[in-house]
Design a protein around this ligand. Structure first.
Ligand code: SF4
Length: 152
């Protein structure tokens, strides 16, 4: 099952659009937020499907900034903790909540970066700082290695 439920994102990458990034929608497009059709009732309805899933994939926006994903991840931790979960992150969000979450689930991560040259990276990925991003990638890499999973 694949989840692509919100455009909440803290970046304004030059090749992206307001449909995919809420920050672009606000700051570049000067448009109001997209409506969020998914609510607590959706998560409740999802519960009966979770035990039957083989894998779950989460896309953004930036998944680690999307509140309803945390509700879904909690439900998965409760109902099928062994479920394989794939998350594509921009690598900028790493706090205690994310770290706790990673320990609770079987996560495989992909970090989207467009360059490792600082000037190039920060000119493409607006709001990214290379040094912080590399620290986060290092954490995700250690996490993945410890759990014998690839980091993409
Ligand atoms: S991280 Fe992804 S969603 Fe956010 S601005 Fe960049 S490409 Fe768009």
């Amino acid at each position: 099952m694949e989840f692509e439920m919100s455009n909440t994102c803290n970046l304004e990458d030059i090749m992206c659009s307001g449909q995919v990034s809420s920050s672009i929608r606000t700051h570049r497009d000067h448009l109001p937020p997209l409506p969020m059709p998914y609510d607590d009732a959706f998560v409740t309805q999802l519960r009966e499907f979770i035990p039957h899933l083989h894998e779950a994939k989460f896309y953004g926006g930036e998944p680690f900034l999307i509140p309803i994903y945390y509700q879904i991840w909690e439900a998965i931790a409760e109902l099928k903790p062994e479920l394989f979960m794939f998350v594509i992150t921009n690598g900028t969000v790493l706090n205690s909540r994310v770290k706790d979450l990673l320990q609770k689930g079987r996560f495989e991560l992909a970090v989207s970066i467009d360059a490792l040259d600082k000037t190039k990276l920060e000119s493409i990925r607006k709001n990214v700082h290379l040094e912080t991003l590399l620290e986060h990638i290092d954490y995700f890499s250690t996490y993945s290695r410890q759990h014998h999973r690839p980091l993409h």
